[in-house]
Design a protein around this ligand. Sequence first.
Ligand code: HEC
Ligand code: HEC
Length: 296
Amino acid sequence: MSLQSLPKPVIGPRAQKLALCFTGGVAALILIIVSAVYTASECELQRHYDVNLVSLRPATVIGSMAEGQRLIHAFGCNGCHRANGGTVADIPNVARIVAPNLTRVVHDYSDDEFVRVVRAGVKRDGTSALVMPSREYANISDDDLATMMNYLRHTPILADKQPVDTEIRFMGRVAIAAGKVPFSAKLAPPHLAPLHRPVATPEAEGEHLVKAICSHCHEVTAEHDDGWGTIAPPLALMGQAYAPADFRKLLRTGKALGDRDLGLMSKIARDDLTHMTDTEIDAIHAYLNSVEMPDE
Ligand code: HEC
Ligand code: HEC
């Protein structure tokens, strides 16, 4: 039997009209939802944050170029921005998040604007950065930030690794409209970062570094779940389980006790935290060992 000879379903004019109305209604509803999602998410993305520009007052001697480059690694900028731009995430239907090439972008920013985006998450145009851990970077001292900025300003401009920008896709917009996306400018507190890194005791320097770097993923006395599937253990408990030499080995090579590989933690240790000095690593260890873990 050929297909042509199959009896055609019979739909009366009334049923046809109803079906048309129904599809039309569904299409209109989808259109309304889609435009509501676009409007709500666009509103959030274009929101302006009124954060004053504040100038750094660094020490008279700004750190060397080598020190600037080291700090950019140690503080984790390179983990996202890489040498000349990096894709932080590319999830189909959700978003592609690009951390731009800092050797180029630094020249679009005045010094004060640069400080504001790092510490307060507010970009040059007054909108919020996405993903930038400004809540933690609000703690970076004037000296360290000035040294990093000086390095970027005087290093050759590298060609962008990828010619693409951040792109928020539909499900990403749904998440934004639902308030599920952390905007850096919302999370960053009004801050009073120290002019100089506190180095009076190892514990003070260690606490400072933990706030500015490790707290992006860890809490000190509790487990931290970022809501996107990354769970990081309570840092003090971990620090106390490690002897100083093993702690250095973890941060330098990514190898945890028993030579375990820890995925993300091992990767950032190898890529970035390895640029910390022994003094910095020992200071973090000393601080973590001075923290009292709450009773269960
Ligand atoms: C977890 C990833 C991440 C880390 C770590 C990070 N950034 Fe970013 N940064 C981003 C992303 C993503 C953007 C783009 C945000 C956007 O366009 O909304 C950005 C934007 C910026 C901008 C503004 C660029 C522009 O186009 O306006 C500057 C400047 C900047 N970052 C500097 C830094 C510095 C300095 C550090 C380290 C102290 C750092 N970032 C660490 C992800 C990161
Ligand atoms: C980008 C996120 C991120 C940052 C930043 C980060 N960590 Fe982690 N860290 C993790 C995750 C995730 C784990 C859990 C890994 C696992 O158990 O698989 C972890 C685990 C650890 C552990 C446990 C090791 C073990 O034996 O299980 C220690 C210690 C640790 N981190 C120290 C640090 C210190 C110190 C810093 C700051 C200098 C830091 N981390 C910064 C994500 C991070």
